[in-house]
Design a protein around this ligand. Structure first.
Ligand SMILES: [Zn+2]
Length: 68
């Protein structure tokens, strides 16, 4: 069993919204690695709501605007 030091959020990757060009960080939150609980989650751009990433996970996918 892998123990994660961060609470329950992990940064997956940085991306840029293909529609509005916003710089985003994709986070995965609440994933515990439970086999059988995986669903496809989409991350939406917080600016224009375009889907900017998707992944099969048992957590949720969040796209956050990079502040800097
Ligand atoms: Zn956008």
């Amino acid at each position: 069993m892998v123990i994660k030091s961060k609470k329950d959020m992990s940064i997956l990757y940085d991306t840029i919204c293909p529609k509005c060009g916003a710089k985003l960080t994709i986070h995965e939150q609440g994933a515990v690695g439970m086999a059988g609980c995986y669903e496809r989650e989409d991350a939406n751009c917080p600016v224009c709501n375009t889907i900017v990433g998707s992944k099969r996970t048992d957590g949720v996918l969040i796209a956050e605007l990079k502040s800097k």
